[in-house]
Design a protein around this ligand. Structure first.
Ligand SMILES: Cc1cc2nc3c(=O)[nH]c(=O)nc-3n(C[C@H](O)[C@H](O)[C@H](O)COP(=O)(O)O)c2cc1C
Length: 281
């Protein structure tokens, strides 16, 4: 499915962009590319796949975000994701949480670009849908452009051609994940510099884009814009974006479509209720 220009996506957000949230977002925007929460590759290998990966077919186009750093395990998780019907497999190289660092994935992978390239290569060999990478513009307080440029160059050599760039550094020490989404300064110009230096690759811009003017201005010349907190906290912003950019937007009657969804959910929860034991004689 082709995306409208400029393309628009809703960010992966742990505990937020579950299937219910995505279903709701899809009622509002017909075309925004939606992302799952990060799902750890080991969980897909060992866990309950339907519970982790199941989604409603109306959620397309839908990308599965994976967390992990073992190429073989990521390849397996990507293949399972493709079999479930995901349209894109994305690797998280931007999450700074301690838990993720102790598993040696997320943002700390930016310190090991050759490993990320191996992961991408293994996933690409395993699936036919696009494999993309979401990352930061640097680690710690260093603003050295060469670090992110070399990261992108190395990962691109592994076969990734689409990069989603959260335009802030990740500080791996001293900040909580929440602070890591506000304290390190936004530097959108780095994303544009990457796009100029790698004209054959696609770059999506992410971080702090909260209104149409900011989105249109900062995503100009790039592949698209990814919106996180604003899409969750003010989902109606998707509607006004969609009204402006999606020709078929008028088809989306949010009220009716959400009501029918609630009816289906209620019916299913009724069906899943344990049967009451027969009354005692
Ligand atoms: C509650 C929450 C959970 C998040 N979980 C993830 C995640 O699982 N994977 C990821 O790559 N980014 C995650 N992020 C970061 C967002 O994807 C995004 O990069 C960040 O919020 C900046 O975009 P924004 O300013 O538009 O919100 C999370 C953000 C929030 C607010």
């Amino acid at each position: 499915m082709s995306l409208p220009k400029p393309a628009f996506s809703v960010a992966p957000m742990m505990d937020w962009t579950d299937r219910h949230c995505r279903y709701f977002h899809r009622r509002i925007s017909g075309r925004a590319l939606l992302y799952t929460e990060m799902i750890v590759s080991a969980a897909i290998r060992h866990g309950q796949r339907e519970r982790l990966l199941g989604f409603d077919s109306s959620e397309h186009p839908l990308a599965l975000q994976l967390g992990g750093s073992d190429p073989a395990e990521l390849a397996l998780a990507a293949r399972v994701g493709e079999d479930f019907g995901y349209d894109e497999i994305n690797l998280n190289c931007g999450c700074p949480s301690d838990r993720v660092q102790s598993g040696a994935f997320g943002a700390c992978l930016m310190n090991d670009a050759p490993l990320v390239a191996d992961c991408v290569r293994a996933m690409r060999d395993a699936v036919s849908v696009p494999v993309t990478v979401k990352h930061r513009i640097g680690l710690g307080r260093s603003e050295e452009y060469g670090f992110v440029r070399d990261f992108v160059g190395t990962v691109a050599a592994g076969g990734c051609s689409v990069f989603i760039v959260h335009a802030r550094n990740a500080w791996l020490e001293g900040l909580s994940p929440k602070e890591n989404r506000t304290v390190p300064p936004l530097r959108y110009e780095v994303v544009h510099r990457l796009a100029a230096d790698f004209p054959g690759l696609s770059f999506w811009i992410n971080g702090g884009l909260a209104d149409h003017a900011a989105i249109a201005g900062n995503a100009a010349g790039l592949a698209g814009a990814m919106i996180g907190r604003e899409a969750y906290e003010n989902p109606w912003m998707l509607q006004s974006w969609c009204a402006e950019h999606e020709n078929d937007c008028v088809k989306y009657d949010v009220q009716n479509r959400t009501d029918s969804w609630l009816q289906v959910e209620l019916k299913e929860s009724e069906l899943q209720k344990p049967k009451q034991p027969a009354a005692c004689p």
